[in-house]
Ligand binder design. Structure first.
Ligand SMILES: Cc1cc2nc3c(=O)[nH]c(=O)nc-3n(C[C@H](O)[C@H](O)[C@H](O)COP(=O)(O)O)c2cc1C
Length: 198
């Protein structure tokens, strides 16, 4: 074999190995993307079967007034009383909560689907001010307390970024307990609670 033949065979072999590497890397990336999107879809499918109370988180102060419908709400601690809400990092209400350092979690009664839809932005074109025509009651804090809601009036303790959302931890400074059944959100629909027989 001539030396030029020997070297050209080596170059062809190296090119083949390189192509295979690129092909394998691309296949691995596609598999990884599929796994991530499968994980997200499975997560969302599972979350459809988790029932939550529907709340409207309001805030007011130097940054101005704002409110958003939020189902990601939980009690955190009783000593001292603390709650959390999770808001998308894009939320304009979140920006105002961070500046106002104050918010109120209004747990809606079962008849308040229209308020939940209003504060989710479904009617922003018709009602650019989401608070138009909504009744409020007085409280110790500056954030609006919706009449008839169970309200946890909070001072922002900490905000923690977690994935696409920000967890707002609030110290409860006043509670208004409403004597009603709460509005529920599950399986992408609003629902009401009923007793289990037996
Ligand atoms: C039933 C229901 C529950 C929701 N829960 C949340 C939630 O937990 N966190 C969130 O960031 N957005 C949630 N949203 C979406 C917000 O209400 C919506 O994006 C709203 O327009 C945000 O307003 P803002 O950008 O003015 O803050 C929910 C919407 C609905 C209808």
């Amino acid at each position: 074999m001539h030396s030029y033949q020997f070297f050209s065979r080596i170059f062809i072999s190296l090119g083949y190995v390189q192509c295979n590497k690129i092909y394998l890397a691309k296949t691995f990336m596609t598999l990884q993307e599929n796994t991530e999107s499968d994980l997200r879809e499975d997560f969302l499918a599972g979350m459809r079967f988790v029932a939550n109370s529907v709340t409207v988180v309001t805030t007011d102060g130097k940054a101005g007034i704002s409110g958003a419908t939020v189902s990601a709400f939980s009690s955190v601690s009783a000593d001292p009383p603390m709650v959390l809400v999770c808001l998308n990092a894009d939320s304009s209400t979140l920006d105002k909560i961070k500046e106002n350092k104050d918010f109120c979690v209004n747990v809606l009664p079962e008849g308040a689907k229209h308020i939940a839809e209003r504060f989710a932005g479904f009617h922003d074109a018709e009602f650019p001010n989401r608070f138009d025509g909504i009744d409020f009651t007085d409280s110790k804090g500056p954030s609006p307390v919706i009449s008839g809601a169970t309200a946890f009036i909070c001072q922002l303790d900490e905000s923690v970024v977690s994935g696409s959302h920000v967890i707002c931890l609030g110290k409860v400074i006043e509670t208004h307990a409403g004597n009603f059944m709460p509005l529920i959100y599950m399986d992408r629909k609003f629902k009401r609670i009923s007793d289990v027989e037996g």
